[in-house]
Design a protein around this ligand. Structure first.
Ligand code: ATP
Length: 201
């Protein structure tokens, strides 16, 4: 089944887009959820993270202490690379298992927020980028998560620049209008993808 990778910066509207595609009957696999599952208590992923970063990254109940882990990799590129070296192969493998198990459909969608940054899923059949100008992205992020300007700066600095992401796009969904506009755009994208992946006459 063709695999469409859906990406975009934080709060660009990836969830809104993937929810609409799911409502249209397209199966969706979300790598953000997988990223949590691969370090759930009792997993080999969590054991590998503990071995690499020490028992202080676990909470007393045995679950991953994301804050403690975050402080170890924050502003430490080598530690971050080490963590990604553990997590990325696990995320990629699990995503491929889930894609294989999906019900048949004209195409499936894999939501990969850090597609550009991670180099994951380079073999996707098509890349869709949800795009918003940075000012709007900042407004929506601040409104949704209640974070201050400094936090927004820090998050955006850690992500690929808009132009770099757009350079990877086979299709772009601009999410500058209302939610109703977005729905229309996603419906048009869906029709386009059905034709793109559909049987040739
Ligand atoms: P994340 O990167 O954090 O996973 P995301 O890319 O999935 O975020 P959404 O959660 O879909 O983005 O959208 C971010 C916020 O912007 C949400 O609060 C959502 O309701 C709002 N939003 C999305 N699209 C629109 C729109 N067209 N008009 C107004 N608000 C919108």
């Amino acid at each position: 089944m063709p695999m469409v990778a859906l990406t975009g910066g934080i709060a660009s509207g990836k969830t809104a887009v993937s929810d609409r595609l799911a409502a249209l009957g397209i199966p969706v696999v979300d790598t953000d959820l997988i990223a949590r599952d691969v370090v759930a208590p009792g997993t080999p992923g969590l054991a590998a993270v503990e071995t690499a970063f020490g028992p202080a990254v676990l909470r007393p109940d045995g679950a991953l202490d994301r804050k403690a882990l975050g402080s170890k990799v924050f502003q430490n590129a080598a530690a971050r690379e080490r963590l990604e070296g553990i997590l990325h192969p696990l995320i990629e493998a699990e995503a491929r298992v889930r894609v294989r198990r999906l019900p048949a459909a004209p195409y499936c969608v894999l939501v990969v927020p850090l597609l550009v940054e991670s180099g994951l899923f380079a073999d996707a059949d098509l890349v869709v980028v949800v795009d918003v100008p940075e000012t709007l992205q900042r407004q929506r992020l601040a409104a949704r998560d209640g974070v201050d300007d400094l936090t927004v700066d820090r998050i955006l600095a850690a992500q690929a620049k808009r132009e770099v992401r757009l350079a990877r796009a086979d299709r772009v969904i601009e999410n500058t209008g209302s939610p109703a506009d977005l729905k229309d755009r996603v419906d048009r994208l869906h029709a386009d993808l059905l034709e793109h992946f559909g049987p040739r006459p």
